[in-house]
Design a protein around this ligand. Structure first.
Ligand code: SF4
Length: 328
């Protein structure tokens, strides 16, 4: 039997997880864990690089996020769930890579330039933030991951990992680290309540931990077709964000909603109420599981402790090979 190929992926514990994480990442992880040897990482060092002024919530979000992962269907029996900062070899390899990664490779990274432009609430002109992709390279290569699930916008980072990998193997004249390939994931079509990208910084999220009532309230505040003022106005579902939620969470209803909207047979209030019911029903099993796990945080800590031990064993082995190749 051939060994399963390995995957490394992670999330930064910088806030509560929302529906965008479910549709964009977790649904994908759930499928991948069937086919691959998955290492799912709580990327708390990465969180610190952005949240260094206010880091006290990171460890709480770490546990909260893992509760969401498991509630949604990530199975610790199939995948390794671990905390980046608890596996020391990430930092060792990060430092080794930092020694030979040219500054130009990092400065030209499109996401780096974009974040510096767009993030104004925090000062990201730091040494650590510039080196973010080097730590990412260490995260991936320390497990010799064969595949990394990435969105199109993350491809330059993965290319940088591949460049670092080639540079290491060529500098020390030994192929120690395999070049990982991308598993390209489709960008989530789910927008926030206000029609912008769903993000906690825009305060437009539906969180996985929201109660039924919170979801009802949030959906009732969603922006709809701006041209539909009265019930008798014919609607344009193709421009309505509520309708795009139907496409994702209740596709079986979408055709009927389209017809009713265009024919002015259904008001936006009823349309939203129906969507809330659908979504709440969809999240019911998840919510039950979340509630149970939230009351047993020791279980989550145990799962992560086991994951940290397993991840450390693999990572230390790679680090040993890396140091041997370098003659250290
Ligand atoms: S009826 Fe539904 S789909 Fe049509 S505009 Fe209103 S909320 Fe949107």
């Amino acid at each position: 039997m051939t060994a399963k190929k390995r995957i490394l992926s992670g999330m930064r514990p910088t806030g509560k997880l929302h529906l965008g994480h479910l549709v964009g990442t977790l649904d994908n992880w759930i499928k991948l864990q069937e086919e691959y040897d998955c290492y799912f990482m709580v990327a708390d060092w990465h969180a610190l690089m952005g949240e260094y002024e206010n880091p006290s919530a990171i460890s709480e979000y770490a546990i909260d996020n893992v509760i969401d992962w498991i509630s949604c269907g990530i199975e610790p029996e199939k995948s390794t769930l671990f905390v980046q900062s608890q596996v020391r070899a990430h930092l060792d390899l990060f430092l080794i890579f930092s020694c030979f990664t040219p500054l130009g490779w990092l400065e030209r990274c499109p996401t780096y330039k974009e974040q510096l432009r767009e993030v104004t609430a925090r000062d990201l002109h730091t040494y650590g933030f510039l080196g973010y992709p080097v730590l990412q390279a260490a995260d991936i290569l320390v497990y010799k991951a064969n595949k990394v699930p990435v969105g199109e916008d993350q491809l330059p980072h993965l290319e940088l990992t591949r460049e670092i990998c080639r540079r290491f193997n060529s500098l020390y004249k030994k192929v120690v680290l395999p070049e990982p390939d991308a598993i390209l994931t489709k960008a989530s079509r789910l927008l926030g309540l206000d029609g912008r990208k769903m993000s906690k910084s825009y305060n437009n999220t539906i969180n996985l931990s929201d109660s039924e009532e919170e979801i009802r309230k949030k959906i009732s505040s969603m922006i709809t077709d701006p041209k539909r003022i009265k019930l008798s106005d014919q609607g344009h579902p193709e421009v309505c964000n509520v309708n795009s939620y139907y496409a994702i969470f209740a596709p079986e209803e979408k055709g009927e909603i389209d017809v009713a909207c265009r024919g002015a047979k259904m008001g936006c209030t009823d349309c939203k109420k129906k969507l809330s019911e659908k979504l709440n029903r969809k999240l019911a099993a998840y919510r039950d599981k979340r509630q149970g796990l939230s009351q047993d945080k020791d279980k989550i800590k145990d799962i992560l402790r086991d994951g940290n031990i397993k991840a450390s064993a693999v990572a230390n082995e790679t680090l040993k090979e890396v140091k041997a190749a370098m003659g250290l």
